[in-house]
Design a protein around this ligand. Structure first.
Ligand code: PEP
Ligand code: MG
Length: 579
């Protein structure tokens, strides 16, 4: 089995760039039933074939209900074309005749008629008409699958998240299902730019290269694939240089896309035109891909501790690498912020990472403190992250920072790990921004100094509020005390935002208030332009931003910062929401 880098070429069927892992599907050969058919069995065999035709028609009809919008139009044309073949006597009557006259089993008759028609299609000069042969094959496989299954339900396809499919041809309907579960791209040895699969792939914005003759011979399941469907170029098992070129191409494509889009769905803008970035807090590749489709500007917080929970053993470097890489690939060119392990307090776990009982876990060995105390665990995680950086823009974020020293120590360790990873011949991106979470009051107070050592900041407002207000975020008895509308909390928030602004460092808020539209006017008034939230909050926050004017809100910031108590603060916030 070769593991060397290989280049392949094909035709452009649907433009776009994709990076993913190969899912290789060899053509489903029609397994023809060869046993002789006795004359007495003929009526039954005809019935079987007609039953399969009926199933195929029902499946086609069910498909139309599954998509909407412009895609529905594309798909309905395809469904109509396939339904026509299913009703075409040249096809169906001919198969029945073969069963009756030649006493062939249904599958054998189906194959013989398919071969006859395929030959006729191949002889056609017009490429558009020749491409209809694909449709014939897709209909034949649908009928064949129905025959093979008998009355059974079709199997559900496994998720295709982060994958690039390599096959001979794929039926359009199957492509829709695969795209729904996160397929990144398609490479076919056959098919054509005129095929219905290509039309649909364009509608789905799924990069597709067809006519890539040797793809099935060269690609192995799980190989990394770089698909440049703008040029019809494929790199199998890309090297360092390919990956870095790909990142540049991806950036350029993203820039161009932004320039071209007159009204960009992803853009959140205030009424007076200030661009606001909306990131998501997410760690599952499926959720990340969905958030990207919903217009997220990136992942602002990937909580890596979830990988370490509910298990007896530590996740290996490889396992972590795959999880981070999949998240990065799913965000397809927009930045993903991986937060290093934040265990401790409410996130304490058993097993090999057990911290042991602590009197005050929230004030204990949490976040970066834990990582710096258990360096071998930290270094493994950093190496996994550094390896994942080759797959798209990525940032590293340190939780529970309370001093400049912690950031410095972490950066030194990252540099050492980068050398190690490069020495083991894994590519690492050139510049990986390192950020500090500001969620401990000490860090907030020295945020100007931290800004000199960190490339960006992220305010963990959930923890910052609990530490400033001395109110456990998980204790219902003090929930009234845990209130972001407290003058102390807001003034500290402003101090951090202002320090980051002066140091010209990007800064976001990634606690729950960022996804709560009640706090949107207040945060914009204090100067925030980057929010990170649960994906389900994206649409609401985007809508509430659209009706706000930053200029008007900024004029009210002084009143906000001088409000002495909750009641007067609430009054200002209500006035802000009213415009
Ligand atoms: C926060 O503290 O606001 C935060 C985003 O981190 P977590 O909720 O994971 O502690
Ligand atoms: Mg936190």
């Amino acid at each position: 089995m070769t593991t060397a880098r290989t280049e392949l070429e094909g035709q452009v069927a649907a433009k776009g760039l994709a990076l993913g892992t190969a899912r290789v599907v060899y053509s489903t050969k029609i397994d023809v039933e060869t046993e002789p058919l006795p004359a007495s069995g003929v009526p039954n065999e005809v019935k079987r074939f007609e039953g399969a035709l009926k199933t195929a028609r029902t499946e086609l009809a069910q498909l139309s209900g599954k998509v909407s919008g412009a895609l529905a139009r594309d798909l309905s044309e395809i469904i109509d074309a396939h339904a026509l073949i299913l009703d075409d006597p040249e096809f169906t009557d001919a198969v029945v005749a073969l069963i009756r006259k030649d006493q062939l089993r249904a599958t054998a008759a189906l194959k013989r008629q398919r071969d006859l028609l395929a030959e006729a299609f191949d002889a056609i000069d017009d490429p558009y008409l020749r491409a209809r042969r694909d449709d014939l094959d897709h209909v034949v496989s649908r009928v064949y699958a129905a025959l093979a299954r008998g009355g059974a339900e079709p199997e559900r396809k496994p998720s295709a998240e982060g994958q690039i499919l390599i096959c001979d041809t794929v039926p359009p309907a199957e492509l829709t299902q695969l795209a729904e579960t996160g397929l990144r791209g398609l490479i076919c040895t056959a098919s054509s730019p005129y095929s219905h699969t290509a039309i649909l792939a364009r509608g789905l914005r799924l990069p597709f290269a067809c006519g890539v003759k040797h793809a099935l011979a060269v690609v192995h399941e799980g190989d990394t694939i770089l698909l440049d469907a703008d040029q019809g170029r494929i790199v199998v098992r890309p090297d360092n240089i390919d990956l870095s070129r790909f990142r540049t191409q991806q950036k350029e494509a993203e820039k161009l896309r932004k320039q071209r889009a007159r009204v960009k769905v992803t853009d959140a803008r205030t009424r007076d035109g200030v661009a606001i970035k909306l990131y998501v807090n997410a760690e599952n590749a499926d959720v990340i891909a969905a958030a990207r489709r919903a217009g997220a500007d990136g992942v602002g917080l990937f909580r890596t501790e979830f990988l370490f929970m509910k298990r007896r053993e530590l996740p290996s470097e490889d396992e972590q690498f795959r999880a981070y890489r999949d998240g990065i690939v799913a965000m397809a060119g927009r930045p993903v912020t991986l937060r290093t392990l934040d265990l401790g307090a409410d996130k304490a776990i058993g097993g090999p990472l057990d911290i042991g009982a602590e009197e005050n876990p929230a004030l204990g060995l949490r976040g970066i403190r834990y990582s710096l105390a258990r360096r071998e665990i930290f270094a493994t995680q950093l190496r996994a992250m550094l390896r994942a950086s080759a797959y798209g823009p990525m940032r590293i974020l340190l939780p529970m920072v309370s001093s400049v020293e912690e950031v410095r120590e972490a950066r030194e360790l990252i540099e050492r790990c980068t050398d190690e990873v490069r020495r083991s011949r894994h590519p690492v991106a050139d510049a990986i921004p390192l950020g500090a979470m500001i969620e401990v009051p000490a860090a907030a107070l020295v945020s100007a100094d931290i800004s000199r050592h960190a490339d960006f900041l992220a305010i963990g407002s959930n923890d910052l509020a609990q530490y400033v207000l001395a109110a456990d975020r998980n204790n219902a008895a003090v929930s009234a005390n845990y209130d972001p509308l407290h003058p102390a909390f807001l003034r500290l928030l402003y101090l951090v935002l202002d320090n980051a602004r002066q140091a010209k460092r990007p800064i976001s808020v990634c606690g729950e208030i960022a996804g709560d539209p009640r706090y949107t006017p207040l945060l914009i008034a204090l100067g925030l332009t980057e929010f990170s939230m649960h994906p389900s909050a994206l649409a609401d926050v985007r809508d509430s931003i659209a009706v706000l004017s930053r200029k008007t809100l900024k004029n009210k910031a002084a009143r906000l910062l001088h409000a002495p108590d909750r009641a007067s603060l609430a009054e200002v916030v209500d006035a802000m929401a009213a415009g």
